[in-house]
Design a protein around this ligand. Sequence first.
Ligand SMILES: NC(=O)c1ccc[n+]([C@@H]2O[C@H](COP(=O)([O-])OP(=O)(O)OC[C@H]3O[C@@H](n4cnc5c(N)ncnc54)[C@H](OP(=O)(O)O)[C@@H]3O)[C@@H](O)[C@H]2O)c1
Length: 287
Amino acid sequence: MNYKDALSASGNKGVTRNYPHMPGIDVVGVIVTSNSAKFKVDEKVIVTSYDLGMNTNGGFAEYIKVPADWAVQLPENLSMKEAMIIGTAGLTAGMSVYRLSEMVKPADGTIVVSGASGGVGSLSIAILKKLGYQVAAITGKESETDYLKRLGADSIIARKDFEELDKKPLLKPSFAGAIDTVGGVILENIIKSVLPMGVITCCGNVASPKLDLTVFPFILRGIALIGIDSQNYPMSYREQVWNKLAKEWKTDAFAATCNEVTLNELNEKIKLMLEGKLKGRTVVKIQ
Ligand SMILES: NC(=O)c1ccc[n+]([C@@H]2O[C@H](COP(=O)([O-])OP(=O)(O)OC[C@H]3O[C@@H](n4cnc5c(N)ncnc54)[C@H](OP(=O)(O)O)[C@@H]3O)[C@@H](O)[C@H]2O)c1
């Protein structure tokens, strides 16, 4: 289950135009019928992104029908449940870490992750830790300190410390890089706090889609802001990230983020997700 599912399930027309509709942007399953040369019956596949669960019926169901181009073979070394713990959130975390790690190395300093207890945030922390980075987690949930430390966070920052608008164009440089999942003032403050040549990835707008910045962090510190769009990333790139998630980036910490629910329990989880109160990954078991 993802934030987009919660938006679709609550009638958000920016995600789903026509109802009735079946949400669920992440699916893993076994092929029962195929008219594509690429996939055979009984093969296990993952389907995420593109239009699944948005204006095409999605994964909160026993069967789905999708274009073959949307499917990725389930990598060896990954169970179906592990694939769904990862899901779009993990793929987005993987893409964010992939882009960041091209330019920022563990020796460069601490990476800060916002929305830390959410799906993208928690999986980003686990992958960064696995790769040897020092990680600082920004969270609004003080109660999740132990959980975030178990995932791999070396330090915890209270979200309120980053929510205050600071008019200064630059703040004390503190982080070598960042994975931001929330946008708004928190992202503004992160951008102003990144060390020279640092890299920030940006994938979400839970706090706000707006940014009010000057060019100074970019032209005085040479930092880079990289947008992550998991929905439209090319298939070859997507397969590479799935394979890394199944092999060298795989960590036991992923399992610690998992909450398994039935279809009957989804309404309650959707409400919590919309309120920003859900932690980690919610995997739906279809019975
Ligand atoms: N671009 C892409 O390809 C892509 C792909 C997947 C997701 N996304 C987007 O990325 C964002 C995160 O997704 P997710 O699946 O991780 O969502 P999620 O599981 O709902 O987590 C979001 C986290 O953000 C924090 N948060 C909640 N309300 C907030 C607020 N008002 N201000 C600041 N922080 C708040 C909370 O963490 P704390 O309490 O720990 O602070 C929450 O757990 C969403 O906007 C989603 O749409 C984008």
